[in-house]
Design a protein around this ligand. Structure first.
Ligand code: ADP
Length: 316
């Protein structure tokens, strides 16, 4: 509670110091500019002779250049502030995300170490399953951060191969099943595609996992998630559908932006750094694939990734 209040105060301080800087810049530049423009205009309008007109034109051009400079400084300042805030939020979110599975792992490991589960094979099995599940979450979060770091520096080293995409998606599905308890989600999948797609396994895996994890995070208690992979004409489509809280129409064009998180009370319970969909989009682009989304608030969301069936580039 105290921590939350402190972080709100810090946020307020940060935004006030930026507002102060912007206002100072605006006033410091605007006032002299308005004055000199007025002097310039008066000189042009009432001045007698070429010297006065020249003087007026010079003063007005000087004022125009100062306005341009001022606008650039103000835009740069606000951009820097937005990036700084995004980085601070990102660090706070990711630390919180990492702490949650770590706490669970430590708690179960300590219980085992204290011998409290001795002679209780069922509970012991449950504890080890939870530890493994939380480890999968940790790994997927770390993957997400590393993938984004590489993506934002254009350092993705792709290892594309001609391979049935069904095999890659099957691995991702298996990993997702290890991440979520069976009794918490009704998860069904159909892998019907027989196409070979020239793709990087890690990148496609990242697309599938991020979509499935979101479907899981943004649904209520009766979670129903369906994944389908099928061929349609020249394309292979991957769809991930949930019966969750949905996304308002006005937010749909923003959700793929890095660090963007839709703000609402139910959503804020789900942790995240706002990178999942940015990675989905980035990896899709690397495969000339398109991502689309259909959603209805309080009914559910469906993401579709449309891959183009590949012609083996090595045989082109
Ligand atoms: P994160 O989940 O870490 O916040 P993402 O980039 O994966 O970041 O998603 C951006 C935002 O889009 C989320 O904060 C969430 O509000 C919304 N969103 C993504 N997937 C879904 C979904 N399946 N259902 C509802 N909202 C979603």
């Amino acid at each position: 509670m105290e921590g939350r209040v402190q972080s709100k105060i810090n946020k307020l301080r940060r935004s006030m110091s930026l507002t102060g800087a912007i206002v100072t810049t605006a006033v410091g530049i605007l006032l002299p500019v308005i004055l000199s423009t007025t002097v310039g205009i008066i000189a042009i309008a009432t001045g007698n002779g070429t010297e006065w007109t020249l003087f007026g034109v010079l003063v007005v051009s000087f004022a125009a250049a100062a306005i341009g400079g001022g606008v650039i400084v103000t835009v740069l300042l606000s951009k820097k502030h937005v990036i700084g805030r995004q980085q601070a939020d990102f660090l706070a979110n990711i630390t919180h995300e990492l702490r949650t599975p770590l706490t669970a792992i430590r708690m179960y490991a300590q219980t085992i170490e204290m011998g409290r589960l001795e002679g209780k094979p069922e509970l012991l099995e449950q504890a080890s399953k939870t530890i493994l599940r939380e480890t999968e979450w940790l790994e997927s979060m770390i993957d997400q951060v590393l993938t984004w770091r590489a993506a934002s520096r254009d350092m993705n080293i792709l290892d594309k191969k001609m391979k049935p995409i069904k095999e890659t998606v099957k691995h991702s599905v298996e990993r997702f099943k290890r991440m979520v308890p069976d009794d918490e989600v009704e998860f069904t999948y159909e892998l019907k595609s027989e196409s070979t797609i020239y793709h990087d396994e890690r990148a496609v895996h990242s697309i599938v996992i991020n979509l499935l994890v979101n479907a899981y995070k943004y649904t209520g208690t009766l979670k129903k998630i369906t994944l389908k992979l099928f061929d349609e004409g020249d394309n292979t489509l991957l769809t991930v559908k949930d019966n969750g809280i949905g996304i308002h129409e006005s937010e749909l064009h923003k959700i793929f932006d890095p660090f963007y998180r839709v703000d609402s009370r139910l959503r804020s319970k789900a942790s995240g750094a706002g990178l999942g969909l940015a990675i989905v989009k980035h990896n899709a682009v690397l495969h000339d694939a398109e991502v689309s989304v259909k959603s209805e608030e309080n009914a559910g969301t469906e993401f579709t990734v449309s891959f183009i069936k590949s012609i083996n580039p090595e045989k082109k």
